[in-house]
Design a binder for this molecule. Structure first.
Ligand code: CAA
Length: 301
C-alpha cells in the first residue's frame, strides 16, 4: 500500500449516500471544517438532505447553540453532487453510507477506488457487514475500515471504528484521530458480525417486536418499560422507528445468517417493511410520526 494519509492532512471528505445517516454524517464532517461532498445517485434525495441540514442547523442557531457564522461555514463546506468522479477527485476520506447490502457497498467502493487517490481512507458506515469482506472484494483491504455512526449522527457521541483483518494499523490510528476531530468518542472493535453495538442493540429491538406480537403490552408500554425502568433515552420500538425498519431487518437477516436463530427477524417486522411502514422516515412504523413527535397507533395481532 502506498503511504496512507495522516489525520492532520485530511481536508476533503466524500459521504456516499444522502439517506438519513449520510445526511447526518455530512453535517458532522462539515461542522468539523472538512470540505464535504455529499454524493447520491438520486439528485432529489441530495436536495432533501441539504434542506434538512439547513433546517436542523437553523434550529440550533435559534436555540442559541450555534453561531450564525458557524452555521454559514458549515453550509458552505457542503458540496452536493451526483458526479462521483468529481466527488472523489483529491478526496482524503471516504465515508460510504449506502443501504446495508454487501454487493451495493462493494460495487460503489470499487468505483470509488478507481477514482480516488491511493492514499485515501475508505470508510464504510455499515451496521453489521464484514469489513474484511468489503475490503477484500474492493481489493483495498489495508485502507478499508468500518466507521459506524449512530442515529442521529450530529447528536450521538459514539463512533465504532471496526478493524478488518487486513486493515492497516495506520488507518486505525488516523480514524481515531479523525473521530476526535469531529467530536466523537471512538471505540475500536474487531470485525465480527454486528460488531459491539448492533449485535446487542437489535436483540432488544427484536425481542420488543416479539413481545408486541404476542400481546405482552402495547408498543407505548413496552417502550415506557425501558425508558422509565432502565433509563434508555427512547424505548426499543420507537428507536426502531428512528433507525428505520428496513435497516433493522437487513441487520437481523445478516446476523441470522452469520450467528444464528436468536437473530431471526420477527414476522411483524417483515410485514411492516412489506407495507412500506419504515418508521420515522416514511411517517409510520410502530408509531405515527407527526411534526410534534411520535403518536401511538393500534397494532393488529
Ligand atoms: N444536529 C444537531 N443537534 C441536533 C440535531 C441535529 N440534526 N437534532 C437534534 N439535535 C439536538 C437538539 O438540539 C437537542 O439538544 P439539547 O438537548 O442540547 O437541547 C438534542 O439533540 C435532543 O434533541 P430533541 O430535544 O429534539 O430530542 P430528544 O431530547 O427527545 O432526544 C434523541 C432525541 C437524541 C434521538 C434521544 O431520544 C436519543 O438519544 N435516543 C436514542 C438514540 C439511539 O439510541 N440511537 C442509536 C440508534 S442505533 C444506530 O443508529 C446504529 C445503526 O447501525 C442502526
Amino acid at each position: 500500500m502506498s503511504e496512507v494519509i495522516q489525520a492532520s492532512d485530511v481536508r476533503r471528505v466524500v459521504v456516499l449516500g444522502a439517506g438519513t445517516m449520510g445526511q447526518g454524517i455530512a453535517q458532522v464532517t462539515a461542522q468539523a471544517g472538512y470540505v464535504t461532498h455529499l454524493y447520491d445517485v438520486d439528485a432529489a434525495r441530495i436536495g432533501r438532505a441539504i434542506e434538512s441540514i439547513k433546517q436542523a442547523t437553523d434550529r440550533l442557531v435559534q436555540k442559541g447553540k450555534m453561531l450564525n457564522e458557524a452555521r454559514s461555514e458549515l453550509i458552505g463546506a457542503l458540496v452536493p453532487t451526483s458526479d462521483l468522479a468529481q466527488a472523489c477527485r483529491d478526496v482524503d476520506l471516504v465515508i460510504e453510507s449506502a443501504p446495508e447490502q454487501m454487493d451495493l457497498k462493494v460495487g460503489l467502493l470499487r468505483e470509488v477506488k478507481a477514482l480516488a487517490p491511493e492514499r485515501a481512507i475508505l470508510g464504510t458506515n455499515t451496521s453489521s457487514l464484514s469489513i474484511t469482506e468489503i475490503g477484500t472484494r474492493t481489493a483495498a483491504a489495508a485502507r478499508t475500515i468500518g466507521l459506524h455512526f449512530f442515529n442521529p449522527p450530529p447528536v450521538m457521541e459514539l463512533l465504532e471504528v471496526v478493524r478488518g483483518l487486513g486493515t492497516d494499523e495506520a488507518v486505525v490510528a488516523a480514524s481515531l484521530a479523525i473521530a476526535k476531530r469531529i467530536g466523537k468518542t471512538p471505540i475500536v472493535v474487531n470485525d465480527m458480525p454486528g460488531f459491539a453495538t448492533s449485535r446487542l442493540g437489535v436483540v432488544i429491538g427484536a425481542e420488543a417486536m416479539r413481545m408486541l406480537e404476542s400481546g405482552v403490552a402495547s408498543a407505548e408500554d413496552i417502550d415506557r418499560a425501558m425508558e422509565l425502568g432502565y433509563r434508555h433515552p427512547m424505548g426499543p420500538l420507537k428507536l426502531t422507528d428512528l433507525v428505520g425498519l428496513d435497516v433493522r431487518l437487513m441487520i437481523l437477516e445478516h446476523l441470522h445468517r452469520e450467528i444464528g436463530e436468536q437473530f431471526r427477524p420477527p414476522a411483524i417486522l417483515r410485514q411492516m417493511v412489506r407495507a412500506g411502514r419504515l418508521g420515522k422516515k416514511s411517517g409510520e412504523g410502530f408509531y405515527r410520526w407527526t411534526e410534534s413527535g411520535p403518536v401511538p397507533i393500534a397494532h393488529k395481532r
